[in-house]
Write a protein that binds this ligand. Structure first.
Ligand code: CUA
Length: 340
């Protein structure tokens, strides 16, 4: 950050050029949809660049001419019909060119919109994404209830496979945006909509809520893990299993702590008595890379800090503080970290 690029546009450009694949960026598309959007971006960029250069040239030549006139402080005012006609033509052509350019950009936008929307398939992977203040509920619906996967903030998809995303929101308007994958999509409370995407390259792509939704809007991130089909299927099989039985006395005690404290009021761990859907499903919480909607890494220390005082990390979050005894907290963290 401190590498001398204090001028923001330059730093932005430098980041655009150097980001690793997998990091999120509109100029690093990893999906055909994002590729179409990038194409529109560059076309618009070069059109506007040409307009900018022409404006500067026109300005400079006008300034140069007015400099010549300034040498004669009292120009002779006489009717110059030829000059007036040329000026009218100049203004009329400038207006015409402007209208044509704007119309061209409009057509290109519509074409890009059609191309982004154009993906369909008879056999897509279907994902239901529900926005909450401030996290993402992710489920893979199935007609058999016990074959439905529910997770949070980390979306797994197979590469080269069309994915249809069904959206909804539990509270306010959120917007799903993974810049390397596709454009923004609003999640509206009480209104279900759908969009499609498909990812070419395996990797982890970050995304972010892009509609201001309250105090922790900036900490409402998610990630998309795009992986080969066999890895995706292995992940699915793993997620379908109920939670692991504790394999140590610490973990067993941790489960007891979970089931006798406020945790079970909000969270589900399938295979135990905890079945509330208010907060994220924790059945396989240890399989996720991050916690608290991509705010913290999924490590023992971060998990413990989050459980004890989430209001300190994300003020306003629905999760209340849990002042547990040190050994209870440690056992709880051991248990949660065993839930792969
Ligand atoms: Cu959700 Cu901003």
């Amino acid at each position: 950050m401190n590498s001398g690029f204090t001028f923001v546009p330059l730093r932005f450009l430098a980041q655009a050029m150097t980001l690793d694949p997998g990091h999120h960026h509109v100029l690093h598309p990893a999906a055909p949809q994002a590729g179409h959007i990038e194409w529109l971006y560059w076309i618009t960029f070069w059109i506007l660049f040409a307009v900018f250069v022409l404006m500067i040239v026109a300005f400079a030549s006008a300034a140069a001419k007015s400099g010549v006139i300034a040498d004669h402080p009292l120009p002779i005012l006489e009717k110059d019909e030829e000059g007036d006609r040329r000026a009218s033509w100049g203004v009329a052509s400038a207006v015409g060119i402007t209208v044509i350019t704007l119309f061209l950009i409009l057509v290109l936008s519509v074409v890009t919109g059609k191309r982004v929307e154009g993906l369909t398939s008879k056999n897509p992977v279907t994902i239901q994404i529900t926005g909450h203040q401030w996290w993402w509920e992710i489920s893979y619906p199935n007609s058999q209830a016990d074959q439905t996967i529910t997770t949070a903030n980390e979306i797994h998809v197979p590469i080269n496979t069309p994915v249809v995303v069904l959206t909804n929101s539990m509270d306010v308007i959120h917007s799903f945006w993974a810049p390397s994958i596709t454009g923004k999509r609003d999640l509206l409370p009480g209104y279900s909509s759908a969009f499609w995407f498909e990812i070419d390259k395996a990797g982890i792509y970050h995304g972010q809520c892009a509609e201001f939704c309250g105090l922790q809007h900036a900490h409402m991130g998610f990630s998309i893990v795009a992986e080969p089909v066999d890895q995706f299927q292995a992940w699915q099989q793993q997620q379908l299993k109920p939670a692991r039985e504790p394999s140590s006395t610490d973990a067993a005690r941790g489960r007891e702590v979970f089931l006798t404290h406020a945790c079970l009021m909000c969270h589900t761990i399938r295979g135990t008595d905890a079945g509330s859907r208010f907060g994220p499903d924790l059945t396989h919480v240890a399989s996720r890379n991050m916690i608290a909607a991509e705010t913290l890494p999924n490590t023992a220390g971060a998990l413990a800090g989050w459980i004890v005082d989430p209001q300190r990390i994300k003020p306003g979050t629905e999760m209340s503080p849990n002042p547990l005894a040190a050994d209870d907290l440690q056992a709880l963290v051991v248990y949660l970290q065993s839930l792969h």
